[in-house]
Design a protein around this ligand. Structure first.
Ligand code: GDP
Ligand code: IMO
Ligand code: MG
Length: 425
């Protein structure tokens, strides 16, 4: 009956969607517990590509229950579009999707404010209104899913928020004000479409766990984008780490059995912020092309770099991974040698722990260990023993330095291009 939390160990886009889709086969429920449609989780099944933004990546399997938890910030328009795209591809949604009454709703003023504030702050956000929506949640101004079902409450909240935000838009940002009536009418329309999905998700999931169901918790973004433990301020606005799974759906830490860290075989980052192992020459471009490293949500090119054990050690520590999955090993095929960062040099200091100081992260120099590459293709390999010797050596190095077992190795985009070295169930 395990409950398994899936967490991105780097700066997102590690391949969480693919692993969640694969593991869903043996599960009954899949829960998203934070983030919103800033996420882009790609799953390839039978040569058809699906990009999930809000709906858990388990939805592609028949009869699996998918829950959007209270920790998520939900854009109704984004959700309805996503439902439509999936339904057009023949995916069953109606009885399989649940939305927590207490998840917060992204409003047009969140997107409008972010559009403006990004001009000054330059975090490189996805401009999906994520930060401003979480801001309203914490400030206790937020609109929750359940408010959509109470028109008077919805009207009151939109009015109260617009009083402040329209003032900012007009007077600080010199931007267009938003119309209360239009927002209210649009959201009443969305509410009618969403009504059937809105439930007490905490009760639903706790009952499922008590009934010994297998549950996956699907993290979005990655550990280094965590609002508390990431490279602040170049982070997202939620707790992306394992602890977020408990608060983001309402499940006790006592009920979490396993935590799997998803680790891309190299590192990528999209948006601004420090990235010590970034490769700034043509090799970075080569990896980007080979790995298809373009944002699944915004289409922006992802910055590419070597694997960073310092960042990963931090991720292992604060998430308590019980196992890891290495993805995209095939992207490294054909390289002469591979570098792995095992420490940072900052002035005369050698750092083994991921620094909190953005100034250090921006100016440290990675200390690399070089490992030999492999010439053979690993694409689609399903048996660990069939991997090239040096690919196994690379994986063993990661396992030894992180002291966490590699349970899964992904060898391609497709669902069945995977090695299960040790079952997480
Ligand atoms: P997520 O946000 O963590 O779910 O990851 P994304 O979907 O944003 O980015 C991962 C990309 O890598 C997607 O295009 C996946 O289809 C692809 N992918 C996942 N695993 C593998 C793999 O093992 N090999 C290759 N070549 N591509 C993979
Ligand atoms: P998945 O779930 C990679 C990045 C943005 C930006 C920062 C803040 O697909 O791994 P936000 O819009 O969240 O306020 O932007 O976080 N970011 C991601 N990077 N993968 C993601 O999601 C991301 N979601 C947000 O690029 O740097
Ligand atoms: Mg992604």
């Amino acid at each position: 009956m395990p409950t398994i939390v899936i967490i991105g160990a780097q700066w997102g886009d590690e391949g969480k969607g693919k692993i969640v889709d694969y593991l869903t086969e043996k599960c009954d429920y899949v829960v998203r517990f934070q983030g919103g449609c800033n996420a882009g989780h790609t799953v390839v099944v039978d040569n058809e590509k699906y990009v999930l933004h809000l709906i858990p990546s388990g939805i592609l399997h028949k009869d699996k229950k998918c829950i959007i938890g209270n920790g998520v910030v939900l854009d109704p328009l984004g959700l309805l579009k996503e439902i439509e795209i999936l339904q057009n591809k023949g995916i069953e949604i109606n009885d399989n999707l649940f939305i927590a009454k207490n998840c917060h709703i992204i409003m047009p003023y969140h997107i409008a404010i972010e559009e403006q504030s990004e001009k000054r702050k330059k975090i490189g956000t996805t401009k999906k209104g994520i930060g401003p929506c979480y801001t309203d949640k914490i400030a206790r101004n937020g609109v929750r899913a359940v408010d959509l079902l109470y028109p008077e409450t919805l009207r009151y909240k939109i009015k109260a928020n617009l009083e402040i935000l329209n003032f900012l838009l007009k007077n600080l940002y010199n931007a267009e004000e938003l119309n209360e009536e239009k927002i209210f009418n649009d959201y009443i329309f969305y509410a009618e479409k969403m009504r059937k999905y809105i439930v007490d998700a905490d009760i639903l999931i706790n009952k499922a766990i008590d009934d010994q169901r297998n549950v996956l918790f699907e993290g979005a973004q990655g550990t280094l984008l965590d609002i508390d433990h990431g490279t602040y301020p170049y982070v997202t606005s939620s707790n992306t780490i394992a602890g977020g799974a408990c608060t983001g759906i309402g499940v006790s830490p006592k009920k979490i059995d396993k935590i799997i860290g998803i680790v891309k075989a190299y590192t990528t980052r999209v948006g601004e912020g420090p990235f010590p192992t970034e490769i700034n020459d043509s090799l970075g471009e080569e990896i980007r092309k080979k790995g298809g490293e373009y944002g699944a949500t915004t289409g922006r090119p992802r910055r590419c770099g070597w694997l960073d054990i310092v960042g990963l050690r931090h991720a292992v520590r604060i998430n308590g991974f019980t196992g890891i999955a290495i993805t995209k090993i095939d992207v490294l095929d054909g390289m002469d040698k591979l570098k792995v960062c095992i420490g940072y040099k900052y002035g005369s200091e050698i750092l083994e722990d991921f620094p909190k100081e953005i100034e250090i992260l921006q100016n440290c120099v990675p200390i690399y260990e070089e490992l030999p590459g492999w010439k053979e293709s690993t694409v689609g390999i399903k048996d660990y023993e069939k991997l090239p010797k040096n690919a196994k050596r690379y994986l063993q190095f990661i396992e030894d330095t992180l002291k966490v077992k590699i349970q899964i190795i992904s060898t391609g985009q497709k669902r069945n291009e995977i090695i299960i070295k040790e079952t997480p169930f």
